[in-house]
Design a protein. Structure first.
Length: 224
């Protein structure tokens, strides 16, 4: 049985995250540099899974929140870069990582508002791997989009016979935060998942009581 910690990444995790996810880029994952990873961590936007016994990072994801100005309405935040060490896949650990990242994002961004800045996610049209995971987390398919030819970080991705790079866009419905906050609260007291002993290390002051209050408050606002 393995013991896995789920937590917000710290500066000292940057090299391990880079080596796991970006050193040999997955054909369907946007490329990133070590400095990119350091920047996400500095912004509190990167979550990881650590195998405590072997003290290594075995999974990571991030939610990038675009800079906003008072003159324009905010762009959606982007859930992405989810990568699990192949030896740790198919155990449901990606689900727990996704719940932690999304709940942390919404905890930190307008948790009581019915209209928070939305979260979207993009998946290469040929990449089936994350589809069930995104569906389990609650993401809904919106549309297929074309990625512009010179978009940085996508150079290594496969293109179709016309040279186009296409991605499926998914959106997280804000009302699903009710379920998300309750799943997050449950995760705090979950000690085992599949064959793994798991531990969610609290970050950002998240706690189960306040998550339940937020869920109940949203329920009330939604007239449920
Ligand atoms: C995308 C990725 C993170 C998904 O991770 P994963 O652990 O393999 O997650 P999956 O959804 O594939 O597997 C979950 C499986 O675990 C099993 N499982 C066991 N316990 C589980 C639990 N408690 N909850 C959910 N699934 C559980 C299920 O059998 C499930 O299989 P199913 O989806 O066929 O029903 C992983 O495939 C990966 O790193 N891919 C490469 C990078 C990539 O493409 N990233 C996406 C870029 S957009």
């Amino acid at each position: 049985m393995k013991r896995l910690d789920f937590t917000l990444a710290e500066a000292s995790d940057a090299d391990a995250i880079f080596d796991l996810v970006y050193l040999h880029p997955d054909p369907f994952l946007r490329a990133a540099t070590l400095d990119d990873v350091k920047g996400w961590i500095a912004n509190g936007a990167c979550w990881i899974i650590c195998d405590v016994d072997r003290s290594k990072v075995v999974g990571a994801c991030n939610i990038k929140v675009p800079e906003t100005t008072s003159h324009q309405s905010p762009e959606p935040a982007e859930f992405g870069g989810i990568f699990i060490d192949p030896a740790y896949r198919d155990r449901g650990v990606a689900d727990a990582l996704g719940v932690l990242a999304l709940a942390s994002y919404y905890w930190d961004n307008d948790p009581d508002s019915l209209y928070p800045i939305p979260v979207i996610s993009h998946v290469h049209v040929d990449n089936d791997k994350p589809l069930k995971l995104l569906a389990r987390l609650g993401f809904e398919f919106q549309e297929v989009i074309d990625v512009p030819a010179d978009f940085p970080g996508f150079e290594h991705m496969p293109r179709d016979e016309k040279g186009q790079l296409r991605g499926k866009e998914f959106r997280f419905p804000p009302n699903l935060r009710v379920r998300l906050f309750r799943e997050m609260a449950k995760l705090f007291s979950t000690e085992q998942q599949g064959d793994n002993v798991i531990h969610v290390v609290p970050a950002l002051g998240m706690d189960a009581t306040e998550l339940e209050r937020l869920a109940a408050n949203l329920d009330t606002q939604l007239g449920r």
